[in-house]
Design a protein around this ligand. Structure first.
Ligand SMILES: [Mn+2]
Length: 438
């Protein structure tokens, strides 16, 4: 059986169980439609419902839907193709997925409701329903949380077909990262680097999965920096780029940090890279991601000690809470159909959740590691003055050293990992290696 055939069989089985547990006969998954801006008739780029693209790699067909009857092992795809002279028709190439579904082309949503008739009333509806006629449809339930939790819990285990797509997304993103790195060393501005990134893979901005972080110098300490200066700084010191790509709806999310010249920042990048690779070797089925996050804090603490930012050993630096000021975000997150893929807080498929950790409130993956999980590992260290304020009277912190790092911002290294039963796959480093880039 081909990889997609296996995938859709898995999706059918997962829906069978989820529908059964939650007492639904069927489900209707609406792909969504663009929502126009306030007082305007323009809409931001359309983004498909992730549970729609879970079934079929169709990402640019708003007003489409998938109907699946429990136990049928074959969904119906209502593919919307507008018959109007305003829009270019999206051509759907002939592909394998079409052999595994009943495909019905519609140009009006009434064709869907007529086709389904009274079955719709037994269906769970999953999707956005802000517009008519979708908002008027008589369904059994709209976005029932228990059903969604069930699906989200099991979605964390990726099929081979999903991993293939994630691998390809990483190849695209790595290629773009190499172009961005070259633009940085050529002295380009943040905006020029951003354009070099997109140009390398023929992407328009709406095709990357999130706003790329393209940060020179101190900007890299702003965790979601995405405003882009149009002129390069007078003195170029450092470059942090956190940017991804999408392939068949699956996301890459890669971060790299570069020093413009040799020196202490270059050494810091090297130390972080080494710490990150050590963390990768700690990933094992059955281990807890939370423990890995704490292990990362201790490694960051060791770096803070080694580079003379803070007095003391790693354990005491962690215990006193200093690492949270330098490294405020989580170690990583699930990745897949969504950049921050769902289910990181779910304990089981009944919707029981892990409580967010008080000590590490921004960690969004609290589950134990399983074979088939795909997640990021992204340790970092930054000068965030707002967070250091709390420790401003601390004699442990070497403020001269903090001042030295401030104009460089910070450092982060991020890869995506597929957990295997016999060793893991690093989608990101493998992609760079294929390019001869790392
Ligand atoms: Mn990430």
């Amino acid at each position: 059986m081909g990889a997609y055939a296996e995938h859709i069989k898995t999706v059918c089985n997962r829906f069978d169980k989820a529908l059964d547990d939650n007492h639904f006969e069927s489900v209707l998954i609406y792909s969504g439609q663009p929502r126009v801006d306030f007082l305007d008739d323009n809409a931001p780029p359309y983004r498909v419902n992730p549970l729609f693209k879970y079934w079929v790699p169709v990402t640019e067909s708003p007003k489409s839907a998938i109907f699946y009857r429990k136990g049928s092992q074959r969904p119906t795809v209502y593919l919307f193709q507008a018959r109007d002279f305003w829009h270019a028709a999206v051509s759907i190439p002939e592909e394998e997925w079409q052999q595994h579904v009943d495909l019905k082309i519609i140009d009006d949503l009434s064709m869907l409701t007529e086709d389904l008739g009274s079955e719709l009333e037994q269906s769970a509806f999953i999707g956005e329903d802000f517009a008519q006629p979708v908002s008027d449809w008589k369904v059994k339930a709209r976005n029932p949380q228990a059903l969604i939790d069930h699906l989200h819990f099991h979605r964390s285990i990726k099929t081979e077909w999903e991993v293939d797509n994630l691998r390809e997304a990483n190849r695209l993103a790595a290629k773009a990262h190499v172009a961005a790195k070259e633009a940085f060393y050529a002295g380009k501005s943040e905006l020029e680097i951003h354009h070099a990134y997109l140009g390398a893979i023929d992407f328009r901005e709406s095709q990357v999965p999130y706003n790329s972080i393209v940060a020179l110098n101190s900007h890299s300490a702003i965790l979601h920096y995405d405003v882009y200066d149009t002129v390069p700084p007078k003195q170029i010191r450092s470059f942090l780029i956190d940017a991804g790509a999408r392939y068949r709806g699956y996301c890459a999310d890669i971060t790299r940090s570069y020093a413009y010249e040799e020196g202490f920042y270059a050494d810091l990048v090297e130390a972080m890279d080494k710490a990150q690779q050590e963390l990768l070797s700690e990933i094992k089925p059955g281990a807890s991601y939370y423990d890995l996050h704490v292990s990362m804090h201790l490694k960051v603490a060791q770096i803070l000690s080694d580079f003379d930012f803070i007095k003391g050993d790693a354990q005491s630096i962690y215990d006193k809470g200093y690492t949270s000021a330098f490294m405020p975000h989580g170690l990583g997150h699930f990745i897949g159909l969504q950049v921050h893929d769902v289910g990181g807080f779910l304990k089981d498929d009944k919707g029981t959740s892990y409580e967010r950790s008080e000590r590490h409130p921004f960690l969004r993956l609290l589950r134990d590691i399983e074979v088939g999980h795909v997640f990021t590992i992204e340790p970092g260290l930054y000068v965030v003055d707002q967070l250091l304020e709390e420790h401003k009277d601390s004699a442990d912190i070497n403020w001269d050293k903090v001042d030295e790092l401030r104009p460089y911002g910070g450092v982060r290294i991020e890869d995506s990992i597929v957990v295997g039963s016999d060793g893991n796959e690093n989608l990101t480093r493998d992609a760079f290696k294929e390019l001869g880039a790392e």
